[in-house]
Design a protein around this ligand. Structure first.
Ligand code: SAM
Length: 236
């Protein structure tokens, strides 16, 4: 259903070589996304070329700026229909990926897609601010990532508790990334993070995107993450 040549060419611009198996998997993913979207509201992006650029390539841009080692662990917080985590798994099947979301029915679709493309990942139904206190998740990951879940300040409170010291929180953001970064400055430091770099790029005719890399330099204090209500009332 998708234009595989477009996906291949755009991925090459990111320095990625997708083989035929990966291209087939992305094709199946797009087909299932459209199919399930008629039953469960997953995404407003449904035109095949838009799926390629605004979901797949947008997710894969992570790999242009950050190259996880073979077998690295990564948690995608608020994965929704699998972005960026499931797209990363297709491009890099060696990664040990956890896909977390608070909406159970979306995770049912993710499980179905994983089965159809013959890949496995840990699919976790949880709220990030609760799972962040569970020792089986807390400070267990080489990478945490998220796209379109929250502002960077609150997102840092969701994501940094999952990251091991020496690991990274990679945030996929849009044109307002620099302002978000200013607003999140105190939170990032409080939670044990240090901003390493921000890469800003144009997503093939779809506008400006940014990838923010935050290194985990010290343990997150025990009291974080806080319940959502507290984050809203007392922002860091
Ligand atoms: N990351 C996907 C993407 O870029 O297409 C989905 C984005 S969607 C706008 C936000 C997702 O985050 C939803 O699926 C929602 O259920 C999930 N979410 C929001 N708050 C969350 C939380 N505190 N913990 C876990 N998931 C959360």
């Amino acid at each position: 259903m998708i234009n595989k040549e477009l996906l291949k060419t755009e991925s090459e611009k990111l320095g990625l070589k997708l083989d035929e198996i990966a291209l087939e998997r992305f094709d199946k993913y797009a087909e299932l996304l459209v199919y399930w979207n008629e039953r469960i509201n997953l995404t407003a992006i449904l035109e095949p070329d838009d799926i390629v650029l605004k979901h797949f390539v947008d997710s894969l841009a992570f790999l242009k700026y950050c190259s996880p080692e073979n077998g690295a662990s990564l948690i995608d917080v608020g994965t929704g229909a699998g972005f960026p985590g499931l797209a990363l798994k297709i491009a890099r099947p060696d990664l040990n990926i956890t896909l977390m979301d608070s909406t159970k029915k979306k995770l049912g679709v993710i499980e179905e897609i994983l089965k159809e493309v013959d890949l496995s990942a840990n699919v976790v139904h949880a709220r990030a601010e609760e799972a962040g206190h569970d020792n089986s998740f807390r400070e267990q990951y080489d990478f945490a990532t998220a796209r379109a879940v929250s502002n960077l300040r609150d997102l840092s409170e969701y994501c940094l508790p999952f990251v091991k010291i020496g690991g990274r929180f990679i945030s996929l953001k849009g044109a307002d990334a620099k302002n978000e970064l200013d607003e999140a400055d105190v939170a990032i430091k409080t939670l044990g993070g240090k901003v390493d770099k921000i890469d800003i790029f144009e997503l093939s005719g779809c506008g400006e995107r940014a990838i923010i890399q935050i290194e985990k330099v010290s343990n997150t204090p025990d009291k974080y993450p806080r319940p959502k209500g507290k984050m809203v009332k007392q922002p860091l």
